[in-house]
Design a protein around this ligand. Structure first.
Ligand code: GAP
Length: 602
């Protein structure tokens, strides 16, 4: 297949994705709606394989807990998380055609400024004027137009009427944080432990772009690792030797700065990566991306610049892939400290702490109260019990409040003054076995759609076999939508068709995903499978049908077009051993006959 001259990588990919059923704009029959995509049969299979590979690596092999929380959550969750007030992008609207644009993206696309997102609104407005920015759709001047904060969350009403507001979650993470009080019990209240979730997230992006790279509904795979920062360390040795390409903040700010090729162990020891847990997850992520087929020459970890970091993040790195002559963020690695759990503890009504036992018990001096109820009862009547509880809470939080003659407490919105003498405030020596701590969080957060896009972009290849041009997707056998295509060489010979059906059943029985195809020339059938990245094709031909003994078939590898002839009974095993990396396909020709013809048609 020849490709159109002058097409960008993205355009070629979009054309292939639509033609071969990877993804396409959704609701096309109704004119479509920007930012929503449907994954067709090939894309859905590829995406589900990527999710399975992620689950295997980040949930199963790490011994973490996976949950599935609702995608709609009530408003108070997002008040606590900060999304209601701060999950905004900068919007500027064209005065003529009314098209809304992301102001920071317009600046980044048109100037050398790379980090416009972190600039204050007035500076962004000034830059629009300074660079004479225009509406990309109608070319009208945007200078002087107001730039506004636009909250990206989709809102909804929960139940009839409008008394209970809810939002479609903008990240899967909040479902994990909110359920921490339940999940910690499954973890037997013992740190460290990790909780994962794979699911849909929703953001009302001002300008969705680059096909499935920036959409309004997408899939995230997130891991929240809960730790005691004083005690817990990751198994850094497991990934110390993993080589990574880092693009630290300092290098980005330095005119001559470049990438640093280094191992994870060296990067952590030298302080380039500040947090050991971040280093650990970067190492695992590097191995995982390699295993699923990301081109490591088009992949890097970029550190956030200080203005770019989310308010909760002490350290943050992004995994970025190069697609369509641009770098896109495909995952983020953030050290979120105790921000999330302490916020939900403040706003929510549950215990977001963990009791950490000391290795040895300690003797401590502690401020306590023992209110005299025979005095408080007559003074405060029915309120006396609540006042006692409030005094006990206050003394833990703020013992200094008891330093005057009276101590003030808040009760049902009123301030109540209690004589300090009546509280029996004193310092006690106590033996304590542990303390309640708010766990800290390290979060690796992966975008599945962007990973799929990266695999398609990095796998997209064109070459010539014989005298025929072809396009193929060099997808890793770990994630390719289909494991193997099975064909009778010709479709009008009953014996070959029946034998091919047997092969399909046998391979499916062995757990492989199989597509059978008997339409068109064998060359065209190979091309169809090449274009959807099927790593192997098995062809049943007359030469392999034996009167006596075991029949043979040809097995063809996608990338090289190389073929071997192998006994029908061994095909599943051979394919599975190549898939697992145990055997290299090229080496099979030492054991099995090679097949000279590439596109034999009989
Ligand atoms: N909980 C942290 C969090 O959500 P994020 O960087 O906003 O962090 C994580 O998102 C990942 O989700 C990104 O690295 C990206 O891969 C993906 N993502 C974010 N917005 C997206 C969008 N509009 N369309 C597709 N993927 C998106």
């Amino acid at each position: 297949m020849s490709t159109e001259e002058g097409q960008t990588e993205g355009e070629r990919l979009a054309e292939l994705a639509k033609r071969r059923g990877f993804f396409f704009g959704s609701s096309g029959a109704y004119g479509g709606v920007a930012g929503f995509y449907t994954f067709g049969p090939q894309g859905a299979a590829l995406k589900s394989n990527v999710e399975a590979a992620w689950r295997d690596r980040f949930t199963v092999r790490e011994g973490n807990y996976e949950i599935e929380a609702p995608t709609i959550m009530p408003e108070p969750v997002f008040e606590a998380s900060g999304h209601l007030d701060g999950f905004d992008d900068m919007l500027v609207e064209c005065p003529d055609c009314t098209k809304a644009h992301r102001a920071d993206h317009l600046i980044e696309d048109t100037t050398d400024i790379e980090d416009a997102e972190s600039l204050p609104i007035d500076e962004v407005e000034a830059l629009i004027v300074e660079y004479d920015l225009v509406c990309p759709r109608c070319q009208s001047a945007l200078g002087g137009e107001p730039v506004e904060s636009f909250n990206l969350m989709f809102d909804t009403n929960i139940g009839p009427g409008s008394t209970s507001s809810g939002y479609l979650r903008p990240e899967t993470a909040q479902g994990i944080f909110v359920e921490f009080p339940q999940i910690k019990q499954y973890a037997r209240n013992t740190l460290p432990f990790g909780v994962t979730q794979i699911g849909r997230a929703y953001r009302n992006e001002i300008s969705p772009r680059k096909r499935i790279v920036r959409t309004r509904e997408f899939t995230q795979a997130e891991l929240e690792q809960f730790i005691d920062p004083e005690r817990d360390t990751p198994a850094l040795d497991d990934v110390a030797d993993v080589a990574v390409t880092l693009y630290p903040a300092q290098q980005q700010q330095n005119e001559n700065g470049g990438y640093i090729e280094i191992t994870v162990g060296e990067a952590v020891e030298s302080g380039l990566i500040g947090n050991r847990w971040i280093g650990y997850f970067i190492g695992i992520a590097q191995q995982w991306y390699e295993a699923i087929g990301v081109d490591t020459n088009r992949f890097r970890f970029r550190q956030h610049l200080s203005g770019e970091r989310a308010h909760y993040a002490a350290e943050c790195w992004d995994a970025e892939s190069e697609v369509d002559e641009d770098w896109i963020e495909i995952a983020g690695f953030a050290y979120r400290g105790e921000y999330d759990l302490s916020k939900h503890a403040e706003y929510g009504d549950d215990d977001f702490s963990i009791f950490q036992e000391y290795e040895e018990s300690k003797t401590v001096e502690r401020a306590v109260v023992d209110p005299d109820m025979s005095v408080l009862g007559p003074k405060f009547g029915a309120q006396a019990g609540d006042i006692k509880t409030a005094l006990e809470t206050l003394v833990e939080r703020d013992p200094d409040a008891f330093s005057g003659d009276t101590v003030e407490i808040e009760l049902d919105g009123d301030t109540v003054a209690v004589d300090t003498d009546d509280t029996n405030f004193h310092i006690e020596t106590q033996t304590v076995n542990g303390e309640h701590i708010t766990p800290h969080v390290i979060e690796p957060s992966f975008g599945i759609d962007r990973t799929v896009y990266t695999l398609l972009a990095h796998g997209y290849q064109e070459d010539t076999i014989g005298d025929e041009n072809r396009t193929y997707l060099s997808l890793s056998p770990n994630v390719a939508p289909t494991d193997v295509g099975v064909f009778p060489l010709v479709s009008n010979v009953e014996q070959l068709v029946e034998r091919a059906k047997d092969v399909v059943s046998d391979l499916r029985e062995a757990g492989l995903t199989v597509i059978s195809d008997d339409s068109g020339s064998i060359g065209r059938r190979y091309r169809r499978q090449d274009e959807v990245g099927t790593p192997f094709c098995v062809t049943v031909d007359r030469d392999g049908i034996e009167d006596e003994g075991v029949d043979t078939v040809t097995v063809r590898q996608r990338d090289t077009g190389q073929q071997i002839r192998a006994p029908i009974t061994l095909v599943a095993e051979l394919i599975q051993s190549v898939q697992s990396g145990e055997v290299i396909f090229e080496n099979l020709s030492n054991t099995y006959d090679g097949v000279e013809w590439a596109n034999k048609t009989e």
